[in-house]
Design a protein around this ligand. Structure first.
Ligand SMILES: CC(C)(COP(=O)(O)OP(=O)(O)OC[C@H]1O[C@@H](n2cnc3c(N)ncnc32)[C@H](O)[C@@H]1OP(=O)(O)O)[C@@H](O)C(=O)NCCC(=O)NCCS
Length: 142
């Protein structure tokens, strides 16, 4: 991912925080996810560079967001992809969510600490899937 914003994903910066909040507020029925993203940003599970924004307009207006944070499966470090959000209703269904998820997964594959992702996607097929209780970052409240 590079600095080009139009119709492409990029790493979120501090300047994108208000837009990320707006996107999550628009995508979900309650402010829970927007608040969760803010809480995760302040939590030790946050990793700079694993928050992805997607712009769909030539002017760079941000319409989508996907977030990876650290979690554990048993004692194995893993990454949690959540939340994923696209502005509702006008921006959903046009590929922004897919672009955000693809970019996040590409970033996860290149991330040098966790080698597995939550649920169904192993990022390193040569290693066995971890077993055990999933421990999310505390702000998820799970
Ligand atoms: C889910 C979400 C991120 C998808 O983003 P999007 O830009 O609308 O999705 P895309 O246009 O990239 O579509 C990607 C695929 O997902 C499918 N899809 C989109 N929303 C879906 C939903 N709610 N349920 C099931 N499938 C869905 C699309 O049909 C498409 O499938 P296809 O490629 O086989 O045609 C977006 O709809 C959203 O913000 N929803 C509300 C928040 C949410 O539920 N987030 C996920 C949980 S954290």
């Amino acid at each position: 991912m590079g600095a080009v914003r139009a119709c492409s994903p990029s790493w979120a910066t501090a300047a994108d925080i208000p837009a990320i909040s707006e996107i999550n507020l628009a995508a979900f029925d309650t402010p829970l996810e927007a608040d969760l993203v803010d809480a995760l940003r302040a939590d030790g599970s946050w990793t700079d560079g694993l928050s992805v924004v997607v712009a769909a307009d030539p002017d760079g207006t941000l319409v989508g967001h996907a977030l990876l944070t650290r979690c554990h499966i048993g004692d194995t470090p893993a990454l949690c992809l959540a939340p994923v959000a696209v502005r509702r209703p006008e921006r959903q269904g046009s590929g922004a969510g897919s672009a955000a998820v693809r970019a996040a997964l590409n970033a996860a594959e290149e991330f040098d600490v966790p080698d597995e992702a939550l649920m169904v996607l192993s990022l390193d097929a040569s290693r066995p899937l971890p077993r055990g209780t999933v421990r999310y970052a505390a702000p998820f409240g799970i």
